[in-house]
Design a binder for this molecule. Structure first.
Ligand code: ADP
Length: 290
């Protein structure tokens, strides 16, 4: 795949911009070429931390991989990368090949890149300002040998800061964002702000997921609503975006995150794994409409 053999009339990577150095132009073309090999790029967002955004990102990616798609999972949470722990990849390092930085494999068709793979030790604090974060994300998109992917799932830090902004600015054809919230957070201005952020950047909102929605009793399997239910759906209706579904609190979800085996792999036959599959189904349906 290279820009010379591509006959897209609209691609902005064809021509060098007046303010661009030859090196910058080459890097931009490399990034565009890499992104051309990825069919669907999806960003996972949340208004606040601790609502299960990374858990959802991991399980959505794993569920797609389980269904036979080739998937990349990019963790751009530079200050709190948790994806390696959730996939039992702590301490993994990346290698460099002629094709670029090689992602770490978390199964036959799940490729992973996280800031954590580049840190000398896990407790290292990352102190980067906006432009530095943008530069690192640019490298993750342009210099990593993602190859041909069906999906790239991107886990960003909570809120609408530099990382999600950089992702949306660097990827021209974002499929859209998934918004993760909890019943307690659903009424907060942060969730609405995340949706407004997408609207302002003209990135489609693929839908809202209400995580930690009730508690599934390990004894009888029934979901008990600890907090008021239905807020995510109501919010989605109000903001005129799709509602993708709910995931209850389940001790095994937390356990899977700590043990490094995605819940949808470890408990593939459970009702909650089915809920994850139902959440992913419309994303595949949207993709298939193209
Ligand atoms: P965020 O990325 O929004 O900060 P995480 O995905 O890291 O949140 O989740 C925070 C914690 O909550 C983790 O320990 C995770 O295992 C746990 N968790 C997330 N969703 C659930 C759930 N539905 N049931 C039980 N524990 C959950």
């Amino acid at each position: 795949m290279d820009c010379k053999s591509c006959n897209s009339a609209t691609c902005t990577a064809k021509n060098r911009q007046p303010e661009e150095s030859a090196e910058e132009f080459a890097a931009r073309q490399r990034l565009t070429r890499r992104m051309c090999g990825i069919k669907h790029k999806i960003l996972v967002l949340s208004g606040k931390g601790g609502v299960g955004k990374s858990t959802v990102a991991v399980n959505v990616a794993a569920s797609l991989a389980q269904q036979g798609f080739t998937v990349g999972l990019l963790d751009v949470d530079v200050h709190g990368p948790s994806i390696p722990t959730m996939l039992h990849l702590t301490g993994a390092g990346v290698t460099q090949s002629e094709e670029g930085i090689e992602p770490v494999m978390a199964g036959p068709n799940l490729k992973v890149i996280s800031v954590a793979f580049f840190l000398e030790h896990p407790e290292q604090a990352v102190i980067w300002r906006g432009p530095m974060k943008m530069a690192v994300i640019k490298q993750f998109l342009g210099e990593v040998n993602w190859g041909e992917l069906d999906y790239l799932i991107i886990d960003s830090p909570p809120g609408t800061g530099d990382e999600p902004l950089s992702v949306c600015q660097l990827i021209d054809d974002m499929e859209g964002c998934i918004m993760v919230t909890t019943p307690q957070e659903v009424a907060s201005a942060d969730v609405r702000r995340s949706i407004t952020f997408c609207n302002q950047l003209a990135v489609p909102v693929l839908g809202v997921i209400e995580n930690m929605s009730g508690f599934r009793c390990p004894k009888c399997g029934e979901v008990v609503n600890i907090f008021s239910a239905g807020g995510g759906k109501k919010l989605a209706e109000e903001m005129k975006v799709p509602f993708l579904g709910t995931i209850p609190i389940e001790p095994e979800i937390a356990g899977s995150g700590d043990n490094g085996k995605p819940y949808v792999y470890a408990f593939a036959a459970s009702p909650t794994a089915q809920l994850f599959e139902n959440i992913v189904a419309p994303l595949i349906a949207v993709s298939d409409q193209e």
